[in-house]
Design a protein around this ligand. Sequence first.
Ligand SMILES: Nc1nc2c(c(=O)[nH]1)N[C@H]1C(S)=C(S)[C@@H](COP(=O)(O)O)O[C@H]1N2
Ligand SMILES: [Mo]
Length: 388
Amino acid sequence: MMSAGTVIVWDQALAWFLGPRSAFLVPRSGCPDPFATGRLVKTLRLSALGAQPTPLETLLGSGLDARQFTDLSTLTPETLVTPNNRFYIRTAFPDVLDAGRPWTIKVHGLVRAPRDVRLDELAPLAVPVGPYLMECAGNNNPDNYGLMSVARWTGVPIGRVIEQAGPVTRGSRVLVSGVDRHSTSSRSSVPGASWIFTLDALDRAGAILATHMNGEPLPRHHGFPVRLVVPRWYGCACIKWVDEIALLDENAPATSQMREFAARTHQDGQPALARDYRPATIDTAATPVRVEQWLVDGRITYRVVGVVWGGEQPARALAIRFNRDEPFVPVTLCPAPATSDIWSLWSHVWRPRTPGRYQIVLRVTDPITPASRLDMYFYLREVWIDEV
Ligand SMILES: Nc1nc2c(c(=O)[nH]1)N[C@H]1C(S)=C(S)[C@@H](COP(=O)(O)O)O[C@H]1N2
Ligand SMILES: [Mo]
């Protein structure tokens, strides 16, 4: 039997012999490639009815209303980690903040040793983690769904910082709070960024106080000099410009940020107390990112390329539907997603019968995987097919 190593060497030798296009002929992954003998004709735009075409990967607006959308349509297996300048932005660097001054985080509340922790004490403890995906709970623009990106993070487990302060009980809630003062007021957001977690939830998620992103110091719009990263939770919990950690009791009221994001993090109503919020974790979700038109053996064939992300476990079974009156059909996940820490690419062969507008949705087909957003067709996308 050939080892995996042999296959790769053979693959590379053949690729060298046949030139760049041969990469398609010998799939590295062992997955069949129905487009191996085809020619890519064009790539179609995905959007959805009513979506305004939005400039991507450029900073729009300022303060709390600032946004930068990552372009998901270009994702390939080689570009699954988003470069810092293309990473999505929700809320720009607070223009009244002096991040150059020596930074401290006030650790206080139900701890034996409250104090101001200097960032330069923490920096030597930082370790690389990830890559992890981050998604804004308000990632709802069907033009792009681009409030979502992946980075490799470097930071200090927040649990260590809390342990050092000596929590009075393990049952405490942890408030993490960041600077959120902007010189202009927001049209759509409540200022004041803070989230309350249980100690266990932070530990279980592997939450870190991050100082670096993709090997560089945090860019200022991403929380310089220090932000919280809670893997698998929505971005609204990933507080930027962290300057306070407070241990609170059972009856701590929810923060304004938690209330503002209650619907988007799938809470029951808008609970008054932090303890009545469920973890703001990302369920399994999937969306197409582009539709390619190919000519395969003289026949027009479409290739729908998409991402699947979220969930505690890697997604195992997805199905796709192209119109309300058509059935869901299985998506072959090959190679099978190895992790849910980041997104994974999938693709699907599609031969629409007639030209026209198609509305593409996905769903998870195993009954035990929570997929609250897919269940409501949150990431629906439309494509216009003019040739079949
Ligand atoms: N201080 C502060 N932290 C914040 C926010 C904020 O407005 N202020 N927005 C949150 C939200 S809603 C998201 S989605 C993420 C976005 O992080 P990014 O801009 O680095 O992508 O930051 C979170 N942390
Ligand atoms: Mo967000």
